[in-house]
Design a protein around this ligand. Structure first.
Ligand code: SF4
Length: 109
């Protein structure tokens, strides 16, 4: 579903049926974090889900303010691989276990 900023996000839910105007982020809701539409503007999640469709990747979201007084609130993401049971440092790429490079890229000794 498209977020208020016009980007597709699998975690956004909007109910506009018969005059309703319920909007929520189900990723932040699951984490018990408050959501407001401005968070979607800078959120990294749509970019991560476009770049990495690994079914073992789990995203955890929180809302923080980097360099507290200077920047506005932003969604901050940590990622976890359910298959290898470890944190994923770069969620756009993944942990690298399921999708190794093809053998053509192997260096022969
Ligand atoms: S805050 Fe991020 S994860 Fe939540 S609906 Fe907006 S773009 Fe999606």
């Amino acid at each position: 579903m498209k977020t208020p900023t016009g980007i597709d996000c699998q975690y956004f839910y909007g109910d506009y049926f018969r005059g309703r105007s319920l909007e929520e982020c189900r990723l932040l809701k699951a984490a018990g974090q408050p959501w407001s539409p401005d968070l979607c503007k800078t959120c990294p999640v749509p970019g991560i889900t476009r770049a990495n469709a690994c079914p073992n990747l789990t995203l955890h979201a929180s809302v923080g303010r980097p360099f507290s007084a200077v920047f506005q609130r932003r969604v901050q993401i940590s990622a976890w691989c359910e298959k290898n049971k470890r944190a994923v440092a770069e969620p756009h790429i993944g942990c690298g276990e399921c999708h190794p490079l093809p053998p053509i890229f192997d260096v022969k000794k």
